[in-house]
Design a protein around this ligand. Structure first.
Ligand SMILES: [Zn+2]
Length: 240
């Protein structure tokens, strides 16, 4: 492989940090990770079921029984207990984890419907790895990934970030998480990046036409074709 890439005239094969500058239309992909059902999520569903039964029985006892019998004495307590369980679960129960996307467009979270909130690699401010979560901080937004529910997604984010934005990973020691498999994740094609109207990171020049845009193949930073620097201003990848 390495030898085949060596050109005639003694030129060196592309080094590891050499990155192909990408056109906007070059294909990009990402992986989609679905959450595992964690024990706490199952408990949450169970609590909702219990509450539903309590409220149902309470409603029957209070209002729907045969008129001759009248409301059951216990009915108000059943209703109150059901309402309390619902409230506590809604307030303190775990939120179900949302599917996570990781790939050429950065890190994304599916917000339901067709809405995907993404943080591109080039706008990642920092990554914070805690005991229970991995947080990807962008400009004004952040995406929190539960390590219990989505260890594969968190591992993929860490691996990709170490490749693409190594400077942001200096504080995070390599751990077992980064060996997590991504076998179960589905690979999806990405739409071409929205670049018209953006400014070139190097020159500040407005990118009026999408054909003028060049993307850093590693972090996704956007440059005008006439102002591509030798090294990516964001991730320091070699571009020329
Ligand atoms: Zn870059």
């Amino acid at each position: 492989m390495g030898e085949a890439k060596t050109k005639k005239g003694g030129k060196k094969a592309p080094s590891r940090d050499e990155v192909v500058l990408k056109l906007r239309s070059d294909p990009r992909t990402e992986k989609r990770f679905e959450p595992k059902s964690s024990p706490s999520a199952i408990l949450s569903v169970l609590a909702f079921s219990v509450a539903a039964v309590l409220v149902g029985a309470g409603t029957y006892g209070q209002w729907l029984r045969d008129e001759a019998l009248g409301p059951h004495k216990a009915a108000p307590y059943l209703l109150a207990a059901g309402a309390a369980v619902l409230l506590v679960t809604a307030l303190f129960g775990p939120r179900p984890a949302l599917p996570i996307r990781v790939g050429d467009a950065g890190v994304g979270v599916e917000k339901g419907g067709n809405e995907i909130e993404r943080i591109a690699w080039n706008v990642v401010r920092r990554l914070v790895l805690g005991d229970r979560t991995l947080t990807v901080e962008g400009e004004g937004t952040s995406i929190v990934i539960s390590l219990a529910a989505m260890p594969d997604a968190a591992g993929k984010v860490l691996r990709e970030a170490r490749e693409r934005i190594p400077a942001k990973m200096e504080d995070i020691a390599a751990g077992a998480l980064e060996n997590a498999s991504e076998g179960a994740a589905e690979t999806l094609p990405l739409e071409p990046a929205q670049v018209a109207g953006l400014k070139c990171k190097a020159s500040g020049k407005l990118i009026a036409f999408e054909r003028d845009a060049r993307l850093c193949g590693r972090c996704g930073e956007v440059y005008h074709k006439d102002a591509v620097p030798k090294r990516c201003a964001t991730c320091d990848a070699r571009l020329k």
